[in-house]
Design a protein around this ligand. Structure first.
Ligand code: ZN
Length: 271
């Protein structure tokens, strides 16, 4: 026993013993207590509906997909028996998500800003550079769900990244207008049915697209990816390095990435 613990009861009450028990309970999978997966449901339904019309009243929670994927993999070993990452199959990834939602008792979930997804996405195109840090927030709602503008803005680019190996799919770049939000651009990705074009003004809460599905959304399970860009990075990111723009970055660059791609949740009004 370490001298850090002066008595047996110190040891029993220590973080070390607590973490060891979790490790043991989860068959040697490093994880954390369930409570940390959830954040308080403090988002006003009206704010949710301004981005995802109709979802404000449905139960939802914040999910850490990478931690969840470690547990799910341990619970479904047959799916991973041939050594490949079954979660890269969008249909299997949807089952994974459905299981999380069923366990949490929620209809949908969101989260993932600066989450390192090296377990969830092991073996995908990111493996080469090791850049598994997610730069946006994912909203896991079904294909066909309406997507609206959480703040008023002007569309300045609509395109379709046809990469089927982790691409963006159809996406919309919205330059926000009004107050402190003038400084931000939001990218909405993995869409379908886009009804706006460059120059379109979108009022707050007006739907302009739907959540897409595989393979046309980049071949992911259906979800909406929202990523913010600070306007002063506009030229660098959207002109000089447009081809390099991705939803993931390298952990060594986290400081820069956080500056260029800030947390979208406060910008859309969810924090
Ligand atoms: Zn994403």
């Amino acid at each position: 026993m370490s001298s850090l613990w002066r008595s047996w009861s110190d040891f029993i009450n220590s973080n070390f013993w607590f973490e060891f028990r979790i490790l043991f309970d989860n068959n040697c999978i490093v994880t954390e207590p369930e409570s940390i997966f959830l954040s308080p449901h403090t988002i006003p339904p009206e704010a949710v509906n301004a981005l995802l019309p109709g979802f404000g009243e449905a139960s939802h929670c914040d999910v850490h997909l990478d931690r969840e994927s470690i547990q799910w993999r341990a619970q479904n070993p047959k799916l991973f028996a041939n050594g490949t990452n079954a979660l890269l199959d969008p249909a299997i990834c949807q089952r994974f998500l459905d299981d999380i939602h069923a366990r949490m008792g929620v209809a949908w979930s969101y989260g993932g800003y600066l989450e390192d997804r090296r377990h969830l996405l092991q073996g995908c195109y990111l493996e080469k550079a090791g850049g598994f840090v997610h730069l946006g927030v994912d909203f896991s709602v079904p294909q066909g769900s309406s997507v609206a503008a959480p703040r008023p803005g002007v569309v300045f680019l609509v395109d379709d990244d046809r990469d089927r190996d982790g691409g963006w799919g159809p996406r919309v770049f919205l330059k926000l207008e009004g107050g402190p939000f003038n400084d931000f651009i939001l990218i909405f990705a993995h869409l379908q049915g886009i009804s706006v074009q460059p120059g379109s003004r979108i009022p707050r809460g007006e739907a302009f697209a739907e959540v897409g599905g595989p393979p046309n959304n980049g071949n992911w399970m259906p979800h909406l990816h929202v990523q913010a860009i600070r306007s002063d990075s506009l030229v660098e990111v959207l002109v000089e390095k447009f081809a390099e723009l991705d939803g993931y970055g390298h952990p060594d660059r986290i400081g820069d990435l956080r500056e260029t791609f800030p947390d979208p949740l406060p910008i859309i009004g969810w924090k």
